[in-house]
Design a protein around this ligand. Structure first.
Ligand SMILES: [Zn+2]
Length: 247
C-alpha cells in the first residue's frame, strides 16, 4: 500500500503502551487516526510534531487496521498559546469543538478557520471570551448551522431592528409579536444585534480587530453558549474546563 502524506492539525492524542500515542489528525480531507510509536520518550525527535495542537506534515503507512506515523514534521506549534493556562484551555476547546462537528465538504474551511484562530490566539492579545464567541459563530456558519440574524424566524418580519429577541430553538431572531409564542427568548439591544451580524457577515480578516465592552461580550457569550447547547447535543469536557480555570 502506498504511503499517505498529509498536512493537518492534531486534535486529540491518547497514550498507547509504554511510549506511544494514537493521534487524531484533522486534515482538509478528513480525520485520520495514526499510531506514533516511541514518541513519549523525552528525547524523541518526534515529540513536538505529535503534541495536541501541532500543525504538521505526516507520512503514514497503512498496517492492517490503522496507520503508523513513519515520519513527521511540526510546521507550527502555536508555542505562545502554551504559555497561558487560559489560552491553552480555550485552544483545547476549539480543537474538541472542531473535531466533533466538522465533517464532509466543510472540512477544508473548518481547518483553515481553526488554524487562523489559533494563530491569532498565539500571537495577539484578544479578549478570550469575545474570541470564543467569534470562533463558535463562524464555525456554526461553516457547518451550515448559523443563526438567522436577518428576519424573524417565525413570521419573516425584518422591519424593526430595535425589538428583536434571540431564541436558540427557533434558530435565531424572533420579533416582538412572535416572542410571546416562545419561551426563553432574550431581548437583543441594537449593539448586540449589530455585533452578532458583524461577526457572521464580515470578511474573516475583520474578525480579529474589533472591540466591544464587557456587557456586550457577556451577552454574546450567553447567546453563543445557549445556541451551541441547543444545536449540538453533546457536552464538551474542554469547555467545562475552560470555565473552571477562568479567574
Ligand atoms: Zn415574527
Amino acid at each position: 500500500m502506498k504511503d499517505l502524506k498529509v498536512k493537518g492539525i492534531i486534535v486529540k492524542t491518547v497514550n498507547v503502551g509504554e511510549a506511544g500515542k494514537m493521534l487524531t489528525i484533522l486534515t482538509a480531507q478528513g480525520k485520520v487516526r495514526a499510531l506514533a510509536a516511541g514518541v513519549r520518550h523525552a528525547k524523541s525527535k518526534r515529540l513536538s510534531a505529535t503534541q495536541p495542537m501541532c500543525y504538521g506534515e505526516y507520512v503514514l503507512k497503512k498496517n492492517k487496521d490503522f496507520y503508523h506515523v513513519s515520519a513527521c514534521e511540526c510546521l507550527e506549534s502555536f508555542y505562545h498559546i502554551r504559555e497561558s493556562v487560559e489560552k491553552l484551555a480555550l485552544a483545547a476547546y476549539f480543537l474538541e469543538l472542531t473535531e466533533k462537528t466538522a465533517e464532509g465538504h466543510h472540512l477544508d474551511e473548518a481547518v483553515a478557520w481553526l488554524l487562523n484562530t489559533l494563530y491569532m490566539l498565539a500571537n495577539k492579545e484578544h479578549d478570550l471570551l469575545l474570541l470564543k464567541s467569534v470562533y463558535e459563530l463562524r464555525l456554526m456558519q461553516l457547518l451550515g448551522l448559523a443563526p438567522n440574524l436577518v428576519a424573524c424566524n417565525a413570521c419573516g418580519d425584518s422591519e424593526d431592528d430595535t425589538c428583536f429577541h434571540f431564541h436558540s430553538t427557533s434558530g435565531g431572531l424572533v420579533c416582538e409579536a412572535c416572542e410571546c409564542d416562545v419561551a426563553g427568548a432574550m431581548l437583543l439591544d441594537e449593539t448586540t444585534l449589530y455585533t452578532l451580524r458583524y461577526i457572521l457577515y464580515s470578511p474573516p480578516q475583520k474578525l480579529f480587530g474589533f472591540v466591544v465592552n464587557d456587557d456586550i461580550v457577556h451577552k454574546l457569550t450567553k447567546i453563543c453558549k445557549d445556541f451551541l447547547a441547543t444545536h449540538l447535543d453533546y457536552p464538551l469536557k474542554t469547555e467545562a474546563y475552560f470555565w473552571n480555570i477562568l479567574p
